[in-house]
Design a protein around this ligand. Structure first.
Ligand code: PLP
Length: 463
């Protein structure tokens, strides 16, 4: 299995190389050269298997010779052992024909644990084998950083530096990043906003001398291995509802398009997915694009579902690559227009291809709050604001007899203020992390300055 860049100009890589590289050197994202399929009988055989066994069968065709079967099985077992629910991704019924896939039982209470926990294990195996050491640098608006620190804490061959905007992440998110005590993890509070954090990380990746010297690696949502790990729960959910004999639809609270693109991969592998609904908050660039055919940035407005507050949606580039018939030159041109003119028009053919798989909807701030309140009254389920965006938009797309599954992307206790505003209830942290607010914090305040950041990383990383 080989991986190619969406811009067509970077070296073709193995799974292991694509995983350790993250962003391709031509600025593109890695995608598999061909998408392996599972026959209907193979999909039917997944029914009733433990989550870990499904993960192995779904991921194995993509990993090539990078890992032996036992290595991959061991990594999967360790990745999900710390989850707080035996099913890992339990499915709950909200209403006739509408289900909720709870993806928040991992160690940091957001779906990002599904991918981050397994890539922590896979990085460790690949690096130990080669005697290599890497430095992971990432920017976060909250959930990615906490999931990365949790996944890589204490690993021998990795140092992790996470930049978050000082004063702009929730208390739970910050404490999940600042309370781990291992010496290889570093929470950096940057003077600036999330876009500044992301821009400085990008600058570091573009500083090739620094990139090579410290062995820079990225684990943000464009990393192919993360997308792959998220394909698994589309299979467990759809099979539980009757696939491959019955079609299933999904609604996905979307920001950077990583989670929903995993659904597209599941569909291409043969899972009978009727439609994938993109649910956006007021930062609705994707909904506007699907509706009008123009992809146009217009700034970010802070919302109560902050993990979906995006200006541009990085993984959408992968969807464009597929919709343009894998034409890397066409994608490179669109991305160039995006950079120089702030937007581009999707061709008629590509728009039609996108609309064959995806549909979309948007949820305002007021609707997010009212959905949290209404769902509590209707089904007893307490939703986080991101999941509420999904439930609201899904409600507009439920079409019997196809069951709809909405992805619940975070635990309500991770965003207690919005939940309390909506319901008067302040959701409690699960017992296994009830002492989060008693643990001592450790973080470094840093300026929004590339040289200063690079110097700090050079000094702190272990060699
Ligand atoms: C990251 C995140 C999202 C958005 O997921 P993408 O893969 O970026 O589309 C939605 N909800 C929560 C809680 C998240 O942490």
């Amino acid at each position: 299995m080989r991986y190619v860049s969406t811009r067509g100009q970077a070296p073709v890589l193995s799974f292991g190389e694509a995983m350790l590289t993250g962003l391709a050197r031509d600025g593109g994202l890695y995608v598999p050269e061909t998408i392996p399929t599972l026959a209907p009988a193979d999909i039917a055989a997944l029914a009733g298997l433990p989550y870990e066994e499904v993960a192995f069968r779904v991921m194995r065709p993509f990993t090539g010779d990078t890992f032996g079967d036992d290595e991959l099985k061991g990594a999967i077992a360790r990745a999900y052992a710390g989850f707080g629910h035996a099913a890992r991704a339990p499915l709950k019924q909200l209403a006739p024909g509408h289900f909720l896939l709870e993806l928040f039982h991992g160690p940091t209470l957001a779906f990002k644990d599904f991918a981050m926990q397994i890539i922590g294990q896979l990085f460790q195996i690949a690096l130990a084998r080669e005697g290599r050491h890497i430095t992971i640098v990432g920017a976060t608006s909250g959930d990615t950083g906490s999931a990365a620190i949790e996944a890589f804490r204490g690993l021998d061959n990795v140092d992790v530096f996470i930049l978050f905007p000082h004063g702009r992440v929730s208390d739970v998110q910050r404490r999940q990043m600042t309370t781990p005590t291992e010496a290889n993890v570093h929470a950096l509070a940057l003077e600036g906003d999330f876009d500044d954090c992301q821009a400085r990380v990008k600058d570091m990746f573009n500083d090739f001398a620094f990139r090579d010297e410290v062995g820079l690696a990225g684990v943000n949502s464009i990393n192919w291995a993360r997308v792959l790990a998220q394909v698994v729960y589309y299979f467990t959910a759809a099979v539980a509802l009757g696939a491959p004999h019955r079609r299933v639809a999904f609604t996905v609270p979307t920001g950077n398009f990583g989670d929903i693109f995993a659904g597209y991969i599941a569909q291409q592998m043969g899972l009978p997915i009727e439609t994938l609904v993109i649910a956006t908050n007021q930062n609705d660039i994707l909904h506007r694009c699907l509706t009008t055919g123009r992809y146009e940035t217009d700034g970010v407005r802070a919302s109560i579902s902050p993990s979906m507050d995006i200006q541009v949606s990085s993984n959408f580039e992968r969807a464009l690559f597929m919709a343009y018939g894998r034409d890397g030159a066409a994608v490179a041109q669109l991305m160039d227009e995006l950079k120089t003119k702030g937007g581009f028009a999707v061709s008629q053919g590509a728009l039609q291809a996108l609309r064959e798989t995806y549909t979309s909807g948007r949820c305002s701030e007021g609707e997010t709050i009212s959905t949290i309140a209404m769902e509590l009254a209707a089904s007893g389920e307490l939703l986080c604001p991101h999941s509420a965006v999904g439930v609201k938009v899904a409600g507009e797309h439920v079409a019997a007899p196809v069951p709809m599954v909405t992805l619940a992307t975070a635990h309500p206790a991770k965003f207690p203020d919005a939940v309390e505003t909506a319901t008067g209830i302040r959701p409690a942290l699960p017992p296994r992390m009830a002492d989060l607010f008693d643990r001592p914090e450790r973080m470094t305040r840093v300026p929004n300055d590339l040289q200063a950041l690079e110097a700090l990383i050079q000094e702190r990383r272990r060699r």
